[in-house]
Design a protein around this ligand. Sequence first.
Ligand code: SF4
Ligand code: SF4
Ligand code: SF4
Length: 581
Amino acid sequence: MEMVKVTVDGQTVEVPKGSTILAAAKKAGIKIPTLCHHEDLNVNAMCRICVVEVVGARTLQAACSQPVSDGMVIITNSPAVRQARKMNLELLLSNHPQDCLNCVRNQRCELQTLADQLGVQQQRFGTKTRPEYPKDDSAAALVRDPDKCILCRRCVEVCHDVQSVGAIAPANRGIKTQILPAGGVDLNNVACVQCGQCTLVCPVGALYEQDHTERVWAALADPEKHVVVQTAPAIRVSIGEEFGMEPGQVTTGQLVAALRRLGFDRVFDTDFTADLTIIEEGHELIDRLNNGGVLPMITSCSPGWIKFIEHFYPEYLDHLSTCKSPQQMFGALAKTYYAEKAGLDPKDIYVVSIMPCTAKKFECGRPEMSSTGYPDVDAVLTTRELGKMLRQAGIVFSELPEEQYDEPFGITTGAGVIFGASGGVMEAALRTVYEVVTNETLPSVDFTAVRGIEGIKEAEVDLKGTKVKVAVANGLGNARKLMDLIKEGKADYQFIEIMCCPGGCIGGGGQPIPTTNEIRKKRIEAIYEADADLPLRKSHENPAVKTLYEEFLDKPLGEKSHQLLHTHYTKRNKYPQKSVG
Ligand code: SF4
Ligand code: SF4
Ligand code: SF4
């Protein structure tokens, strides 16, 4: 790699040719302030907060986009630089509602932090020139507040380049420029999959999840309600970040303790129904392999992915496993099996999910997700919303003791835990399918070929003579590549796992901000650490799942399973629909 030498504020550093000034300054230990820049996205140099002086250049340069050249001399902290940055920020703020106290991002907002960092203490440029825009809360999972938008375009990049959805785009010009759903309609009327990846990268309070915290507080305060909570696999490795802990820490026991202190009547683990999903989905795969069913079979536990295939590849819906997601399986069992066991009327049971995902809010409202006669799940809190509720309750997360989940949905295996990372559902399925088909014990439970953050992974498994070729994709841009291979008849896989969000659920749209690729990797390591620490690591060894079949479901793919645990899918439009009302 060719290296160049540059001087940043008097220090000489060597960096690869083509590096940006921002990267060179970082090497010199200097953090240049940025706003539109995001480390996982393409640079777009929209905000000019990162300007620096380059000796010999006639104008200030944007550090995020300007590459260094050999011998370049850079000054990051001159009066001219400080004045320009502050002025650029003040101009942005002059068109921004001064509404921090009422804002979802108060104290967690990059614009607010920058204003403090750059010493903005008064509003010099008074009159707001941009028109005011109403909020768009049409979507089940997300809210757009265009008034707060600073037009940085991070959301556009993630939606187009990472997710390949293209639900939102810049529209109009000058002071009328906005980021709008395609066709200018409401977000609910475009092919937005409600993944929330845009909420993870938005620096301000212009995109965020629909708030379910108030309805959960109300249920917890209602003496008529028996309120149960389930925690998705990925929460245990991310909730600590809401309280300033380093990414990559496993906090399962504290999470359980925190939820008890909030007042939930029972604290259960979605990992239990992740194990159950593997039993049902594994048998579905074996049935398709043996009986000429539609292949490749594709996993169905990621609701953003389900909405994506419904919009963009509706002719392939029969490739999807018919299994509901673990969240929905849990809800259906809570209002039947658990209700019976606990002697409760299902109408009095209120099911709350803690999910890393915004799309789960959409999923729980799907009409087909109420096979018990009641909604399987009543409210979905993202990791961020749970953090907010725990702070409101004054719970000091880091000081909580480790507690155990409640039975019967608290006994889980490592296979359930790894659902939280890309490749985890595939690995969990292979651990079970191998032993069910071959009747032999796996030599090693670790299928490392399907682990990690890489966009598309492949592996081949020998089931005693029958070779099964599998693929794993995370992020919808990668899912689209796999679907196009299927469309072209070039995919010779039997089983595919697709997760909507980059890295899988550990990188879900409801996870703590920031969520970057570096942080995703740390959360993935923690997931496999949690898996390795459990005494049971295969779903079919979960004793509570065995009891569930003995006492209630009878057998995998049986009548009760079909009624409660399986579902169907809906063809949706790819193009914007007219707004209603
Ligand atoms: S987006 Fe940030 S600066 Fe704007 S109102 Fe919200 S907290 Fe304040
Ligand atoms: S939720 Fe996902 S699909 Fe919808 S606008 Fe945001 S990034 Fe795009
Ligand atoms: S909605 Fe957020 S991420 Fe998108 S352009 Fe506006 S400020 Fe940037």
